[in-house]
Design a protein around this ligand. Structure first.
Ligand code: AVJ
Length: 369
């Protein structure tokens, strides 16, 4: 009985979301019918309209599910709208956020070894980067690869349209010899497209410890999806942030500049704009916690007062107690055992690990087992 009620309520929520959504976005459905995919502006970027629409409905559905749950949660995968991507670039530039410097150091000092590991015989390959962002670190690698006369095509994929178009413009300017084809969209959904008929060798990049946003189950699921589109000989190059002095980790996420707080609060703002909500951002405060045993860092937004937030497009209001947390993001830190274990469990084999000199970070190169 309870089950039926809940089902019915879920159905009602669904209708509300779809109803309000369809009425305001009919134009895009119409456009969609005639144009499944457009190429626009720079011909090196593809944007799927259908994809953008699915993202909006998934967003509504996930916000509803997350804020109805106990404890409340939102998904960090929605941090990266155009504003969020800009804030993330500010984060990457702060000295406290050591991850960027470490990975950059690995690329700057070990690019010869990395290229040799990517292509032992110097044959042609394709580099596909999942969540490319501004591509600053990858540019260092690519520039070195070009200098070594390696023939490769670069396919950066990112959810932010601005990020991809800026990256493509920047790379075409700075690396004129590079063959680049940017894609905008959710890389989870574009994964199938990666599996082209092409016989060329693929190297998939998943840098910056992006994998840390997934819990173990999600990581295994993600990795098995990647495995499905990989062929023998293809490689996967993943960045892992390593366990270290907790203070260093907390400083990277509890930054004095307020960028990490702004990054989290931007998601509330996105809900305000996209789903017609009335979050008062000043009524929430950012908090970071880290458990050195498990290596899990968590970002939360704490409600500083008892308050009600209405989300019109969901036809719903949500109450927050004073001190109640919304779990926003997990940033997992790893040790070598965890990384080797993850590779094994997901059907991969570690080819080689690259560390920075402080041993804060690792880029691990995997092949299919
Ligand atoms: C992009 C997922 C690697 O978890 O360190 C940075 C995102 N969040 N500061 C991370 C992030 C807060 C970042 N990743």
């Amino acid at each position: 009985m309870k089950q039926v009620c809940r089902k019915r309520r879920r159905f009602r929520d669904w209708c509300a979301i779809w109803g309000s959504f369809a009425s305001r976005h009919l134009w895009s459905f119409a456009l969609c019918a005639s144009l499944m995919a457009i190429k626009f502006g720079n011909e090196h970027i593809t944007i799927k309209i259908m994809e953008q629409i699915t993202i909006q409905t998934d967003f509504a559905k996930d916000v509803l599910e997350g804020l109805s749950a106990n404890p409340k949660h939102l998904s960090s995968k929605y941090f990266y709208d155009d504003t969020g991507s800009k804030i993330f670039q500010d984060i990457m530039r702060m000295p406290e956020y050591y991850l960027t410097d470490c990975e950059l150091e690995i690329f700057e000092t070990q690019s010869d070894e990395i290229l040799n590991a990517f292509t032992e015989d110097g044959s042609e390959f394709e580099i596909i980067e999942l969540g490319a962002g501004d591509g600053v670190k990858t540019k260092v690698l690519l520039s070195h690869f070009l200098n070594k006369n390696c023939i490769c095509e670069y396919v950066p994929i990112d959810i932010s349209e601005d990020a991809v178009s800026n990256l493509v413009i920047d790379m075409e300017l700075q690396l004129p010899g590079l063959n680049i084809k940017g894609k905008v969209g959710d890389y989870f959904k574009l994964i199938d497209e990666i599996n082209t008929a092409e016989k060329r060798k693929k190297v998939l990049l998943f840098l910056g410890s992006n994998i840390g946003n997934f819990n173990e189950l999600e990581s295994l699921d993600f990795l098995s999806k990647l495995k499905d589109v990989m062929h023998p000989g293809d490689l996967l190059f993943i960045g892992f942030d390593l366990k270290k002095d907790p203070e260093i980790i907390l400083n990277a996420y509890n930054d004095p500049h307020g960028h990490t707080a702004a990054f989290n609060l931007n998601l509330l703002d996105r809900i305000n704009n996209k789903l017609n909500a009335d979050f008062v951002l000043q009524n929430f405060r950012h908090r970071e916690i880290y458990d050195p045993e498990t290596g899990t860092a968590k970002s939360e937004l704490i409600s500083i007062t008892k308050q009600k937030v209405e989300i019109q497009d969901l036809g719903k209001a949500f109450w927050f107690e004073e001190g109640e947390a919304i779990f926003m993001e997990m940033s997992q830190k790893y040790d070598l055992n965890m990384i080797t274990g993850l590779a094994k469990k997901s059907g991969f084999q570690v080819v080689r690990n690259f560390y920075d000199k402080r041993l804060y970070f690792m880029n691990s190169l995997w092949k299919l087992k």
